[in-house]
Design a protein around this ligand. Structure first.
Ligand code: SF4
Length: 101
């Protein structure tokens, strides 16, 4: 019985270390502007913009693959807020997103 418990603990520790190592090796750095854009969107996650939720739309905006008007629940003030935010926040290389209204 003790052997089984010790074996289970050892296997658990080994698997936990493997998961931790994978999370370190495969860590993807996220654009720090992404969460700010998500926060500026309506966050209804309705998908009317053709993206899988507001996070998908924010990613598309940062890739310059979406017009802000695709967000149907969003109003003009939202579009202007996102445009103004991106005009003040370039990426790490100093490049600005070309916002499509
Ligand atoms: S249409 Fe707007 S509110 Fe709906 S998921 Fe897209 S970004 Fe979010």
């Amino acid at each position: 019985m003790v052997v089984v418990i010790v074996l289970a603990v050892v296997i658990s520790v080994v698997l936990a270390l493997l998961l931790w190592g994978a999370s370190v090796v495969f860590h993807v750095e996220e654009d720090p502007r992404l969460q700010d854009i998500i926060d500026l969107l309506p966050n209804q996650n309705c998908g009317l913009c053709g993206n899988p939720g507001c996070k998908g739309m924010a990613e598309a905006i940062l890739r310059e693959d979406a017009k802000l008007s695709q967000c149907k629940p969003g109003d003009q003030a939202m579009r202007e807020d996102i445009r103004d935010y991106l005009a003040e926040h370039p990426n790490e290389a100093g490049e600005y997103v070309k916002v499509k209204m």
